[in-house]
Design a binder for this molecule. Structure first.
Ligand code: SF4
Length: 452
């Protein structure tokens, strides 16, 4: 059971929501993020209010049960189906522990209930468009989300842990300069079903049994998209990840990674209880703004203050600061010293040793990028400066780069609502670099299959 839960709300059925231009969902207690948040993008902020619970007699599209967390499912059973609460728990186990989506196969439910479910509900999981295993055990799925959009999800097994990197949006509206996803522009937020559906697909593939044979031990919301721009759906999906009737992951094993949307970090601290990671990449405003344009809106000092509030709310919590190492950009000794100072200030402010952890990520190149990976010796020298300043620092092992599944390389299929994809392609063509098509990706898949 998760320690805290999100506000109960019933999202509209997936079929009715396929092409929403949704950026932000507003709750009663928080202010929405303005559509002007990222000036360089054309995001349309659409307010979605919680849909009222419908009665069985209403002729609505069927409710996708993957869109509901435990509380939502209980309400659906009690208020919509006129059934007992525990029936919701049985169904949740069938879906997330046994990967059954056909109500007829849920054999401990009576015939009448199964018929009712057939009539009013469905379990719709994302379709696998194709999948790629890597020679290092990493596994990537391209999952179809609707007519033209697809997102990527990656499983990374390392040293007895199995981490799934989950996407929260189709593309991303934040235009981080070193990020492959950013070059694809943005289409829409993913629904709760589309987020938890990624976990379902991977867990089923792995033969994961939450309380017996656990293959999936960690989830990181670090795939395509900025999770805090899709707050309610992400929090609801993370609730299922941490629920015993869902995937039973401990709070600290679910990590949300953000580029730094300050008000939403505060809201996350109030409404959920997961590990926080922040994509920092630079310790000073000028450099960080050039890499992460969001920094203009929420500069480093404001971001660090929000992280302090997050940690102070949760005893023994820490924040992981991700730092992508790019050759000649942010990997020099002066950058390391500035980062060490910032991390020490953070530890002092929250009065906890090692509250700040730094994860150095060697940049993973992708076609057309102007950035390069820092040389190994520079990364080690950078790490040493931090460690000498007593900052807990790890270097992420690059995994899955043979299948473009490494950090920052995820690239689905985005029906771009911004002009960014077209602009990026134009830039590549001007530089004589061939643009990738989905057919070319399929050829890569066959090559990887051979290699395995
Ligand atoms: S790094 Fe993350 S937040 Fe930045 S553009 Fe890429 S997906 Fe979006």
């Amino acid at each position: 059971m998760p320690r805290s839960r999100s506000r109960i709300s019933f999202p509209p059925p997936t079929s009715a929501r396929g092409n929403d231009a949704v950026t932000v969902i507003k709750s009663a207690e928080s202010r929405p993020i303005e559509s002007t948040l990222i000036e360089s993008t054309l995001i349309k902020s659409t307010l979605i209010e919680s849909a009222p619970v419908k009665s069985v007699s209403d002729s609505l599209p069927k409710q996708n049960l993957l869109d509901l967390d435990r509380e939502g499912l209980e309400r659906f059973f009690v208020e919509t189906l006129d059934e007992k609460r525990y029936r919701a728990h049985q169904v949740m186990k069938w879906i997330h522990h046994r990967y059954v989506t056909d109500f007829n196969e849920m054999t401990d439910l009576g015939k009448a209930l199964r018929a009712k479910l057939q009539e009013h509900a469905q379990v719709v999981v994302p379709g696998v468009q194709f999948e790629q295993p890597s020679i290092d055990g990493t596994h990537k799925w391209l999952l179809g989300m609707d007519g033209g959009n697809a997102i990527e999800t990656v499983f990374i097994p390392v040293d007895g842990r199995g981490t799934l990197c989950v996407s929260s949006q189709v593309g991303c509206a934040l235009n981080c300069q070193f990020c492959s996803t950013a070059t694809q522009g943005f289409n829409r937020n993913l629904s709760t079903a589309e987020i938890i559906g990624q976990v379902w697909v991977a867990a089923k593939h792995l033969g994961n049994l939450p309380h017996q044979r656990r293959k999936l031990t960690n989830v990181v919301m670090m795939g395509m998209g900025e999770p805090l721009m899709n707050f309610d759906n992400v929090v609801r999906a993370m609730s299922v990840m941490r629920d015993d009737l869902g995937y039973g992951l401990a709070n600290k094993r679910v990590t949300l990674s953000t580029a730094g949307i300050v008000p939403m970090i505060d809201r996350l601290g109030q409404e959920s209880d997961v590990s926080l990671a922040v994509s920092l990449h630079a310790a000073d405003d000028a450099l960080r703004t050039s890499l992460v344009p969001l920094n203009k809106k929420y500069p480093v000092a404001e971001l660090m203050a929000a992280c302090e509030r997050y940690v102070k709310r949760k005893p023994r919590a820490s924040v992981t600061f991700e730092y992508t190492m790019m050759k000649g950009i942010n990997d020099q000794p002066q950058h390391a010293r500035a980062l060490a100072r910032l991390m020490r200030q953070f530890d002092n402010a929250v009065q906890m040793h090692d509250a700040a952890k730094v994860n150095l990520i060697p940049f993973n190149p992708y076609p057309g990028t102007r950035f390069e990976r820092s040389p190994e010796e520079d990364i080690r020298a950078f790490q040493k400066i931090l460690q000498d300043a007593r900052v807990l620092t790890t270097v992420r092992r690059t995994r899955g780069d043979d299948i473009n599944a490494a950090c920052g390389q995820l690239k689905g299929q985005v029906l771009d609502r911004t002009r960014r994809q077209a602009e990026f392609k134009k830039q590549l063509q001007a530089r004589g670099i061939a643009t990738e098509t989905r057919d070319e990706v399929r050829i890569d898949t066959e090559e990887v299959d051979h290699a395995v």
